[in-house]
Ligand binder design. Sequence first.
Ligand SMILES: [Zn+2]
Length: 407
Amino acid sequence: MKYDVRIENISAATMTSTESGYGLIDDAAVLVQGDKIGWVGKRSEAPAGTADKTVDGNGGLLTPGLIDCHTHLIYGGSRASEFEELLTGTSYTEILKRGGGILSTVRDTRNASLEELTKAANRRLSSLIKEGVTTVEIKTGYGLDFETERKIIQAMKNLEKQTDITVKKTFLGAHAVPREYEKKSDAYIELVCNKMIPAFAGDVDYADVFCESIAFSLPQTKRVFEAAQQHGLKIRVHAEQLSNMGAASLASEFGALSADHLEYIDEAGVRNMADRGTTAVLLPGAFYFLREKKIPPIDLFRRYSVPMAVSTDSNPGSSPCLSILLMLNMACTLFHLTPEEALQGVTINAVKALGLENECGTLEKGKTADMALFNVKSPAELAYTMGGNLCVKVWKAGKPVFSAAVE
Ligand SMILES: [Zn+2]
């Protein structure tokens, strides 16, 4: 058998099942054939034969390419000046009154050209790729009108072409009530359901709703789920972030792939998620940045075997985060996940949140050859370290997409 690439002098965290933890193989070899993983195991047992190219891993750790399964990477402008104002005494109400907050991002996103949006998002995405990310989910939701939502979807397609990374696309028209629909949120929901979802369903993979007192009600959320399902879109939801609205249970009834945030979910909600196989996406960056106090009920997720994914929630308002590795650390320090659970959260469990479990998220024969090589001796170092980039090489579908200057 002939292979294209042989990676050796590594240990491999295969992440092949949540029971086996890291699924660690010491002194491993991985053989790549085309865009797929052809063989994984102990180097001493590697099949005889040749590979066109051998990569010396220098004793590092090979993991599956990481998956960032919840981001809002595409937006115009920046909210850094608001951050500064808040910290020098201006109240959030004052900022909102003069059109700040999410509505300022909506304004800046509407004003930005497609090229500007793509370029800014590409810069953010390249930070993630350099840390080993090979699949990213991105949501719309800073347009809130037909043309701008469409522009954001086009920017996602551009990003996919420019980076070769898999970009899974989520329509989040129901992210906030736009200014022109103030006090007419039902009318906006009708626009989302009757015009946007039918027009965009062919271009996106999922639909999402921000169900919260400051965004959309449970009946409005249900209305969007119904329209999404009619048009063949899989469902995910921003649920129970600031209060327990019952959105995770509702989404589970609709067979949602994931419910995300979940700080305020109760036991009945967790049980409903478990019954329907919905993944919990934990977003420690937003929890940290908003200085929240109530952490998601991790023990309940464990008890009911609800898979836990971890993601950056990269967005300008509540998680201006460009580091998936920092999220591993925060998932452990803030939410008390184990380093093993944190790494599962960006590999085997993150693909469950995206419905990609047959394609990537583990190192095993037949999966897409998405891989990241880290300059660490043990997997726990990935979650332990704060800052700095431990990643030295990234492959997407067998092709190198990042290589550190000094390995
Ligand atoms: Zn979000």
